[in-house]
Design a protein around this ligand. Structure first.
Ligand SMILES: [Zn+2]
Length: 233
């Protein structure tokens, strides 16, 4: 499929932009994952916001204290229900699917030792859903923030305050200096040309621009863009 697009997407104005810049594979997956929900869903619910809110409500109720048994789990469960009630079905399915995959791979190892832990895993499903949701929201919102900032710069718009929330840890190296180390999404983004992470001009989805002049995510969208231009003329 991508080969087809390369051949079609030939603007004579920028001959030097032909060279293909490959998207690192893992990043490609995260971009594809981000598009599993409609592009017009701009912001997903922030887990921390709901968690704090629900925790506050819980603690103001008479007789509840932070030292209650199962506090964290109970609040997490309530928060998950609240957050999930706001998500599109597709995304819920996708997250459950990820959890299923994880359970399968964990349980496979224990089945080899003759033990079936699927029921134990299932009992903790909500913990896993929280974990995957937080990653999902983190990756998607950061990629979108980056794509927006870079698009504004490309368009010569005044640049607003730019803030992404990427994960770094730090080591003390042999010279006793602090050495930051990128983790997760940050590790995938260090050193890459962020201008290649873009919003499709037709459907609004995130995509990796294999070419400098790519404006759309797919053949379908690039045809539609051409039709639009044709109608304008
Ligand atoms: Zn598109």
């Amino acid at each position: 499929m991508p080969n087809k697009r390369e051949r079609k997407n030939t603007s004579p104005k920028q001959p030097r932009s032909r060279a293909k810049y490959q998207c690192p594979n893992e990043l490609n997956e995260i971009i594809a994952e981000s598009n599993k929900i409609p592009a017009d869903v701009v912001d997903l619910p922030k887990w921390d916001y709901f968690y704090e809110k629900i925790k506050e409500d819980y603690l103001t109720e008479e007789g509840n204290s932070e030292y209650d048994m199962g506090f964290v789990s109970e609040i997490k469960f309530q928060t998950l229900e609240k957050v999930f009630s706001l998500l599109p079905e597709d995304l819920k399915d996708h997250l459950n699917e990820k959890v299923n995959c994880k359970f399968e791979s964990i349980n496979r190892a224990s089945l080899e030792k003759g033990e079936d832990i699927s029921a134990q895993l299932e009992a903790n499903r909500h913990e896993w859903l929280v974990h995957y949701y937080r990653f999902y929201e983190h990756n998607r919102s950061n990629l979108r923030a980056i794509a927006k900032h870079v698009a504004d710069r490309r368009a010569g718009k005044p640049l607003g305050f730019f803030s992404v929330d990427l994960h770094y840890s730090a080591e003390i190296n042999e010279n006793n200096k602090l050495a930051p180390k990128a983790k997760g999404l940050a590790a995938l983004l260090v050193g890459i040309d962020l201008d290649r992470i873009r919003f499709c001009e037709v459907c609004g989805k995130l995509f990796w621009a294999g070419r400098q002049d790519s404006k759309t995510c797919s053949d379908k969208c690039s045809n539609r863009l051409r039709q639009r231009r044709f109608i304008k003329k």
